[in-house]
Design a protein around this ligand. Structure first.
Ligand code: ADP
Ligand code: G6P
Length: 472
């Protein structure tokens, strides 16, 4: 395989099953913030993406997608269980999300996580040209930066954590915490969504490694690792273009008609994940119906929940619980032809999502903890006419930027209920002031700005950012 001067390493290639089965050479985004964000910036870039081919098993004959070459990493069933379902998604994911679900520690997962990380590092070393930049993504691959530096000291290595990075008292629970820290500190630049995460890393580096550390630089083994916050974003242009496309405008009219023209529409769009606060949200909605604050005759909730990580134990029970609760609410409060909740368990196209966002009078984004939450930003980008209300969890990274949203503590069901009512009852003037401020923010901080800011900090000169993403 030819070598590239920019290599992205992420757990997943941005393909879904259907794209691989018929061999179609086009981007099919799997739901999830990481692949969405990188998909948006890499389409025109001569780069190589190293990643797991999911469960599609076509490793040897994956096509290039646009200008991006794909370098698949195959995983056996045991590796998927120990590395992806085990250490990444049963240990690190819940712990990094404030342990809202109890993290599971199984000793045998560690060796698989380590050896799969080594395989990703070797694949990256193979496809990276001399002095190339390699950009390693997320908690699945936390050991890769150090492994890669050992294999290829000539490379410029970046690491970006898309999920929250926890405070020391939580991180300290992790078995193998020293290896995990040392692993990520193999990078030249460690980027996070929020500044607090860089602060947490500095504290941990001092405590566990005795390193000299501030919130923007850590000195270890005679090298300085820079750290900082680079809040990830979306392709604002894509969402704005979709929002005005005639077929999308027609879909909005159809959706409005189907949902009931005079109704106020609440919408939520999540991967089916326990960090997203879906159960708390349903409880709040049920109580509002019970107390008569909302009536099915004039309000309706659309909950899109796309299945995710279904082989991981903690996700299985969740789906059953949510579906049971939706059934109970509809059974108790719905009427014939008029459910209280429309529950959709399916993947949507970008155009369908744009239409749904425009149908939402109130977008309800209430994760218990979230690195960023791109759905919140997509909603704002889709509101071309400046209407609509965003109810947003304080515990989503997006809250640091979208401060004009109706911010809420989703752990507090009473606060959630009051905030939903405030958003539903807000005046059009209040809503448009808030929405326009948020729209301006994301227009100035889109996904290209994110990639440019990160790569400029990575190579200090701006050369890398200009070469791959042009001038701002
Ligand atoms: P996470 O990365 O935890 O899934 P984000 O909100 O940051 O959360 O990103 C989710 C991404 O997945 C968004 O780009 C959103 O549009 C997309 N997405 C969510 N649900 C669906 C769905 N049902 N079909 C297609 N894409 C979806
Ligand atoms: C989050 C993670 C990503 C992950 C995505 C979807 O956004 O930060 O790394 O790809 O969720 O999860 P999945 O397990 O399906 O890749």
């Amino acid at each position: 395989m030819r070598q590239s001067s920019l290599v992205v390493v992420a757990n997943r290639l941005p393909l879904d099953d259907s794209a691989a089965r018929d061999g179609a050479c086009e981007w099919r985004r799997s739901p999830g913030g990481l692949s969405g964000a990188l998909h948006a910036i890499l389409q025109q870039t001569p780069a190589t993406w190293v990643g797991w081919d999911g469960e599609i098993g076509l490793s040897s004959r994956l096509p290039a997608i646009g200008s991006v070459r794909l370098r698949p990493v195959a995983l056996t069933a045991d590796e998927q269980a120990g590395y992806y379902e085990g250490f990444a998604n049963s240990t690190l994911w819940p712990l990094y999300h404030d342990a809202v679900q109890q993290p599971v520690f199984q000793r045998e997962w560690w060796e698989t996580y380590r050896s799969v990380n080594q395989r990703f590092a070797e694949a990256a070393a193979e496809v990276a040209g001399k002095h190339a930049a390699v950009w390693v993504q997320d908690y699945h691959l936390q050991l890769v930066p150090r492994m890669l530096r050992e294999l290829r000291p000539d490379l410029l290595i970046g690491f970006f954590m898309h999920v929250p990075f926890p405070p020391p008292e939580l991180f300290m629970q992790l078995p193998r915490r020293v290896e995990l820290l040392r692993g990520m500190l193999g990078a030249d630049l460690v980027g996070f969504q929020r500044e607090q995460a860089a602060h947490n890393l500095a504290q941990l580096a001092q405590k566990l490694l005795g390193a000299d550390a501030t919130d923007d630089a850590i000195t270890i083994d005679g090298r300085t690792v820079r750290t900082g916050a680079f809040p990830v974003s979306i392709d604002v242009g894509e969402m704005r273009a979709l929002a005005t496309r005639p077929d999308v405008v027609a879909q909005v009219a159809q959706l409005r008609h189907d949902l009931g023209k005079s109704k106020r529409v609440l919408v939520s769009v999540d991967r089916l994940d326990y960090t997203k606060g879906i159960e708390h949200r349903l409880t709040a909605y049920r109580e509002l119906l019970r107390d008569g604050d909302l009536k099915v005759g004039d309000t309706v909730l659309v909950q899109v929940a796309v299945p995710s990580r279904e082989r991981v134990e903690s996700y299985r029970g969740l789906r059953d619980r949510i579906e049971g609760e939706v059934g109970r609410i509809n059974g108790e409060y719905g009427r014939v032809g008029e459910p209280a909740i429309h529950y959709l368990n399916q993947p949507f196209s970008r155009a369908q999502l744009a239409a749904l966002y425009q149908t939402a009078d109130v977008m309800v984004v209430t994760p218990l903890r979230d690195g960023m939450n791109l759905v919140a930003k997509e909603y704002v980008a889709a509101r071309e006419d400046g209407t609509g209300a965003l109810v947003l969890s304080e515990f989503a990274g997006a809250a640091a930027e979208l401060s004009q949203a109706f911010l809420v503590n989703p752990h507090d069901v009473d606060d959630l209920k009051q905030t939903l009512l405030r958003a539903l009852d807000a005046s059009p003037e209040d809503l448009s002031t808030r929405m326009n401020a948020m729209r301006q923010h994301i227009a100035e901080h889109d996904i290209l700005a994110w990639a440019r800011a990160y790569l400029t900090e990575l190579d200090h000169t701006g050369r890398l950012a200009r070469r791959f993403f042009g001038r701002p």
